[in-house]
Write a protein that binds this ligand. Sequence first.
Ligand SMILES: C[S@@+](CC[C@H](N)C(=O)[O-])C[C@H]1O[C@@H](n2cnc3c(N)ncnc32)[C@H](O)[C@@H]1O
Ligand SMILES: [Zn+2]
Length: 357
Amino acid sequence: MIIENTTKLDIPESGKISRKLGVFYNPLMKFNRDISVLLINALGQDLRAADPLAGSGVRAIRFLKECKNVKEVYANDVSKEAVENMTKNAKLNDVKFSISNMDANRFLLESTGFDYIDVDPFGSPNPFLQSAIIRLSRESILAVTATDTAPLSGTYPEACLRKYWAKPMNNYLMHEVGLRILIRKVQLVGAEMEKALVPIFSYSKDHYFRIFFRCEKHKSAVDKVLEQHGYLVHCDSCLDRWVSKDIFSKKCKKNHKIDYAGPLWLGNLWDEKLAERMLKLNKDKETAEFLKIILKESKIQVVGFYDMHAAAKAYKKNSSPMSEVIEKLKKNKVSRTHFNPHSIRSDINLKNFLRVV
Ligand SMILES: C[S@@+](CC[C@H](N)C(=O)[O-])C[C@H]1O[C@@H](n2cnc3c(N)ncnc32)[C@H](O)[C@@H]1O
Ligand SMILES: [Zn+2]
């Protein structure tokens, strides 16, 4: 018996974590579900939600118990054991929702559409993106988890190119770059169907990336999304970085050879107002720390950040402590970043950053 917030779960002993076993429940993903619940509550609008890869049903049950605005939930899993388990868990929590036992794509395509679809697979969300996006209704939300962070973070650049159609970066910026590459990939699948997918809350944590998109069915909105695709250019020698629509220039200002990542999403990762509402609704201490950083980050609209360790290494000098650097920069836009504990997000230029560090 497992208790997650107010939800009780009867999980078979062997059903924890391993992807080979019939029922999947990962306690590490409680945070992922907590954030989803907060975000749905902060949205406020009434939702008809789908959980196409529902496992034990924990997500579906929590949505029904913790979000007043979730009016109906449709949960599905290809595994018979998972379906039996979520049926049991629904009874245990005294909630009612539709349960089906199909391949997620068939489940989505045979439905009439949803206002919220949560794609939470093992590994890459790729196999489910098209059918999920087809079934997004007007003014809906798409939530995507990806646990295949290795290709997106540059460990396997060829795999990233094949699966996500972009070149990753394997340095201190890799998680933000990976998240932005994944965002663009999902947006391209949306563009095909004339649906604009704009990120309203995204993050990287532990072994996964997570993005919530607001969907708008409008050609001009799609064009606007595509206009915000481009490259992040980075110099490994002097650490200068900038965004660019092309990668024709192969040198930085100091004439070093540059590295680049992309194409990727250059727009905002968060809707500031939404992050603010989530922080207000939240009651958990650890989540509050996380949301406070995200809220600060959301006010600084730049791609990438500066890293204290990378700076110390590249310039062979000791850096000042993080808190001092932030204090010295307080007249500028400056924040810690949730991507990296020894990095700061700011709109100052490299020269000013190095001077302070
Ligand atoms: C990561 S788990 C889901 C966890 C769940 N959403 C949660 O928050 O606890 C992925 C689930 O997808 C199911 N699955 C895998 N491939 C599937 C497919 N093609 N169609 C439907 N379900 C599938 C697995 O049986 C597993 O229960
Ligand atoms: Zn350089």
